[in-house]
Design a protein around this ligand. Sequence first.
Ligand code: GLC
Length: 407
Amino acid sequence: MESLTQKIQALMEQNQRVTDGNQYTLPSPELYPFQWLWDSCFHAIILSKFDVAAARAELRSALSRPLRRGMLPHIIYWEEPEDGNGNWGREMRGDIIDVSWGTKGTSSITQPPIVAKAVWMVYEREQDEEFLQSVYFTLKDHFEYLAYERAVQAYAPLLAIVNPDESGEDNSPRFDGALGLPAVQTPDIHLDARIDLMKQYASCGYSVSTCMKKHFAIIDVPFNIIYAEGLEYMARIAGELSLTGEVKKFKTCAKAVKQAIREHLLVGDMFQSINLLNKGHITADTWARFMPLYGGFLSQEEASVLVEDLCDTEQYWPEFPIPTASCAAESFDPVHGFWRGPVWIAPNWFIYHGLKRYGFTDVADTLKQKTIKLLETSGFREQYNPHTGDGIGAKDFTWGGLVLDME
Ligand code: GLC
């Protein structure tokens, strides 16, 4: 692990950039040459283990470009990619950024709000109160934006996402139904559907409550679980800054979100996202079914049943867990699937903590060892084949560093 730690430090350093005094880390210089919101939160958690000042800088930078209504965008396009080959993704195609995002230098959608937790974890290392104070109001604005603009009336205070990209799992099978796509599909078809959504969002004037909810709106399980946790961290942060009234507000809101998650999203023994277009629960079988472990939404007994499911070698526990879709699902594609099968390290990190939370230490430890093996044999890749462990997608990808926080 020691040499792995050194490799992680070297990778983080290699991917670090500074633009106009903003210091941030590229998820992968070749394929993702900008700053992404939830990636930066992962980066801050990784950096907090060995360079707390860099971790603070990473978050300050991620928080530096809120949109008018307080929302933190999921991408900040600090600089043109060096090679200009546009390899990294769709938004560079033609004028899509300018036309569809309607912003200068950022996207106009967000990602799961894990930022309050990241801020807290970084703060905890050195208790730098000035840091906490400097980011608090931006964080608060973001959480208020979510509560006011994204809460869905009939299911309030649960939030809706308006593009699969907001889940961080771009082409997860959870979104197939809402996009009208079949279980077996090509990445291009998916990309086109998401570009259409970006255009629709622009024509809606970026209003979710009045317009976008007619095109695409999903109450997604992981997003809402991370939101509930984020509100709890907001209460802690407010407490540290002696903002008593706000502590109460965030705590009350967190409690209400947690209740609503169980009330509206639990169907039988599985938490399922809701497609607001038809008010139906989404039955697609993805790794997200284990997120309630992370969020603490289960009784010990329910957790035992779920962990048994997790350890099924035919579904979620092949040679290298955890595949992002069940190996038994029709949509499963271990090589080209992107979020439809290959292993990504962030889901492993979430579930590792969920397992620890409920005392499944042995399973958690095996997951950690298998994750380390992926990094040691295939390097820092964006994804891995759950059967062979081969690396897939972006190279020099940072998320592997999260093993430093599997302890
Ligand atoms: C991919 C991932 C997303 C991530 C981004 C940058 O689009 O699906 O979660 O934020 O890459 O790494």
